[in-house]
Design a protein around this ligand. Sequence first.
Ligand SMILES: Cc1cc2nc3c(=O)[nH]c(=O)nc-3n(C[C@H](O)[C@H](O)[C@H](O)COP(=O)(O)OP(=O)(O)OC[C@H]3O[C@@H](n4cnc5c(N)ncnc54)[C@H](O)[C@@H]3O)c2cc1C
Length: 470
Amino acid sequence: MESFDTVIIGGGPGGTPAAMRLAQNGKRVILVEERGRPGGECLFEGCIPSKILEHAAHRYSLLEGLRGPDKGINDKPSAIWKRFIEKKDRLLELRSDAALRKFENLPTLTFVAGKARFRSNREVVISEGSGKERTIGFKNAIIATGSGAFVPPVKGNGLQYVWTNRGIFEAHDLPASIVIIGGGAIGIEFAQMLSKLGVKCTLIEMLDRILPPVEEEFAGLLHRKMCDEDGIEVNLSSRVLEINFADEKFEVVFEDKGGETHSIVPERVLMATGRIPNTKGLNLESAGVSSNRKGIETDEFLETTAQGIYAVGDVINGPKFAHTATYESLTATENILHGNAKKVDFTKNSWVLFSDPEIASAGLTEDEALRAGRKIIIGRYDFSSDAKAQINGHPFGFLKFVVERETLQILGVHIFTKGAPGISGEAALIVSMGATLKDVSEAVHPHPTMTEGFGLLARQMLGTIKENSQ
Ligand SMILES: Cc1cc2nc3c(=O)[nH]c(=O)nc-3n(C[C@H](O)[C@H](O)[C@H](O)COP(=O)(O)OP(=O)(O)OC[C@H]3O[C@@H](n4cnc5c(N)ncnc54)[C@H](O)[C@@H]3O)c2cc1C
């Protein structure tokens, strides 16, 4: 039986960085990926294709008013979609090939196309197709098998035809209308992108608000913008009862807040109702790895209930982002290389929602800080007076600091404005370095950029605090 120092199952942003870092440290590593190519859901059906589409939809919307046979620009959304598919396929291949080339420069790293399952807490079986199987032994393992779309059971014959994040990127053309079920990050991003491309979008969300983990005031403002400006019909507190499909059309029946039943007939239905961890078929029991509905159980070192076996990324119960998967991947690597010494800290996580306007967040929200019993003060900077936001023609939105009252450490930074992704890195750094208002107030932020708000808000809050304590 072949033996490796570490076996890594899953070649997405959770598995790949660990494989490379361990190999760079001279460890014999085998990385097993079912798709046969590295990149994971993030590259093939998640972050990258959705952001290529977001970019295309944004550019298309900028030409509003210039389109038309007599106005010089004749592009139709279907032409944009065709170009999107071409660009997506090109970029995906480019990125996946680049990763494979990096692997070739790491002599102790073996990349295998196949599906892995445990046979014991020290053996994995890899099915390489056509009935070919190979068993390998390992000292350590990292499970990074990601998550898949959760499709809730709904009555009717239509469920088998609905799109999830798989399916939509393979479509040959844009539909004229779509019902999107789920008002979380994926549902909101798709609703705004598709509506910019002229698709009539109806969103159905079971809860009484969109984007539950997002700062409530930001989610409220975005909800209003979607309804008032984007022309998206948003149905909150609504429950889908039935989905049927006949003659190339769906029928979606849902019940609204007041118990009234409605029926919509869209061309397509997109399910964006959450994610489920990919644990099926891994035979975790044979390795002594415990899991539940929310994912594989890990401790603060990301070690599972089986010693030496770690789990990272979407397959565990934690924030589901590509960069978080990578952070966890590198944390688990440190713990394999140096003994469990590095704990994960999700209070410093950051993320961006590519809505319009975008939302970026790092660290604790106001609500999370209060629930954790922290004594906090809140500061807000209004982008309506921001020079760069005015220059860009979008003087709208807020920057919000959640600050610990006693130490003046910034626990959370939340941004809601067009261009938020571009300044989200500073938010992540402020929170991860434990910067205080004083630290940020003393940084020299270039003018005119939207980062100036960080310094201005810090100084404004320090001024306010001094005034209040006099
Ligand atoms: C539409 C959409 C948009 C998104 N946008 C963003 C975004 O903008 N930013 C962001 O940070 N995150 C985004 N995400 C989330 C992001 O894609 C995930 O958090 C990230 O991919 C998780 O990485 P992972 O390595 O844990 O899992 P994955 O990327 O899912 O990789 C897991 C890999 O494991 C393989 N695998 C599974 N089982 C086995 C097995 N038994 N044997 C071998 N291989 C196996 C799978 O084939 C897969 O390639 C988005 C997700 C979706 C669906």
